[in-house]
Design a protein around this ligand. Structure first.
Ligand SMILES: Cc1cc2nc3c(=O)[nH]c(=O)nc-3n(C[C@H](O)[C@H](O)[C@H](O)COP(=O)(O)OP(=O)(O)OC[C@H]3O[C@@H](n4cnc5c(N)ncnc54)[C@H](O)[C@@H]3O)c2cc1C
Length: 399
């Protein structure tokens, strides 16, 4: 019997892990990518963090209430709804209304539990992959854990509650650090003018170079499995792919919304913009850090240090990019006032964010079209879990 064929749109981490799960299940997979290489979108620009031990839906109701005015006015340094584009709020009012609904404590808790379950599955799958197909993968994998620092006792208390909830649900341990212990763990924090109240050390946080992982995965899929690739693919309607394959998987990040237009299905995605920089390695000490007051994560990978952050709700507007990049750069420089930092790479990308903070894995009703997107802030962390969910769903309908 000939294998059923599946076309996947998108060669980011979500499309490629989906390709692996489907190829393993015996499907003949073809990956279509409009860019000229794999991982050129969010999968290239992310903070490298496999944030299992610090997974949570993005905002609680109280966080939004506290920050709303400053986000709206663009005065919150690392999250802005719009400097000039307040009309985003009006245009996408239904997305924002849903997002607000999901910050309500009863919804928040349900989503929190869901994302943790997915994180557990994802971690399990990545570990299994690394002792099998991925055992020779080189992507600077680290299991060192990470420190999340805060600037006020109140924020630290909130973080610690979150960490305790995660431990209760998953058994993943965390430790509360006072200011002194944070400075002992990462002495360079002392140079920063911004005060550090303390932190949470999350032991079950891993890290790895997502883009490097994607490159390795493309090689593996082409060499070992029945997977073919088309890069630089011209834009074609989804119906075209749906006619020429047994199944199509839409895994093209925030573009999924426009790709699925005409399929009468609601895909609640909002492109939340973020930025990142690669520096020539900043400290000799290996650092994995979330600096909450500055709104960025920092991960050391081989000879470079990746800093990624900011969450701008400005739609697909790119007009303010230079200002925002400069703001991020300034924050990093604040942390190392006496050091000349050498930038070796800079990126901007859109996270495909859903109102509840959970990825969308489902079939478009009565069609052979499947969706795997909406991984938001945690695509690198969750992709290995959603790939399995997607493969199970495809197996159920296309066999
Ligand atoms: C600044 C920043 C920091 C982040 N930090 C972290 C982190 O530390 N940890 C973490 O877990 N996550 C992090 N994320 C989130 C994570 O990077 C994303 O959730 C994840 O990369 C999404 O993967 P994706 O494959 O869905 O999308 P993408 O990586 O954007 O891939 C989508 C691909 O689809 C292609 N495409 C678009 N349209 C079409 C089409 N019509 N046909 C074919 N192909 C198409 C695009 O060219 C692209 O290659 C971060 C994101 C950003 C922006």
């Amino acid at each position: 019997m000939t294998a059923k064929s599946v076309t996947i749109l998108g060669a980011g981490i979500v499309g490629l892990t989906s390709a692996h799960a489907l190829a393993e299940a015996g499907y003949k997979v073809h990956v279509i990518e409009t860019a000229d290489a794999p991982a050129t979108g969010a999968s290239q620009s992310n903070g490298f963090q496999l944030s299992y031990g610090y997974l949570a839906p993005p905002f609680t109701f109280w966080e939004v209430a506290r920050r709303f005015k400053s986000m709206l006015c663009g005065t919150t340094p690392h999250t802005t709804i719009a400097h000039v584009k307040r009309r985003e709020l009006i245009k996408h009012w239904h997305w924002f209304a849903r997002a607000l609904w999901h910050t309500m404590p009863f919804n928040y808790r349900k989503n929190f539990r869901e994302v943790l379950k997915l994180g557990q599955l994802s971690q399990f799958n990545l570990q299994a992959f690394m002792s099998g197909d991925g055992k020779d993968f080189k992507f600077d994998y680290s299991m060192q854990g990470k420190l999340i620092v805060e600037d006020s006792k109140k924020h630290l208390f909130d973080d610690w509650l979150k960490a305790q909830y995660i431990t209760a649900e998953t058994g993943w341990p965390s430790e509360k650090f006072g200011r002194k212990k944070c400075l002992e763990a990462l002495p360079f924090l002392e140079q920063a003018p911004h005060d550090i109240a303390g932190g949470v050390f999350s032991k079950n946080n891993h890290a790895g170079n997502c883009a490097a992982f994607c490159q390795e995965l493309v090689k593996l899929l082409a060499d070992k499995y029945d997977v073919t690739f088309t890069f630089n693919a011209p834009h074609a309607p989804l119906s075209h792919y749906a006619q020429h394959a047994d199944a199509v998987v839409v895994a093209c990040g925030f573009s999924a919304k426009s790709v699925l237009k005409g399929f009468k299905t609601y895909v609640p995605l909002y492109p939340v913009k973020g930025y990142s920089y690669d520096f020539e390695r900043i400290t000799p000490q290996q650092v994995y850090l979330t600096h909450k007051p500055y709104g960025f994560v920092m991960s050391d990978m081989g000879e470079t240090t990746r800093v990624a952050g900011f969450a701008d709700f400005v739609g697909l507007d790119t007009s303010d990019d230079a200002t925002r990049k400069e703001a991020l750069l300034k924050k990093v420089q604040n942390l190392f006032p006496n050091q000349k930092l050498k930038v070796v790479g800079e990126y901007m990308a859109f996270r495909p964010v859903t109102p509840n903070g959970l990825p969308i894995v489902r079939r478009v009703r009565k069609t052979n079209v499947f969706i795997n997107t909406g991984h938001g802030m945690y695509g690198w962390t969750l992709a290995h879990g959603t790939a399995q969910k997607l493969a199970d769903l495809v197996k159920k309908h296309i066999s």
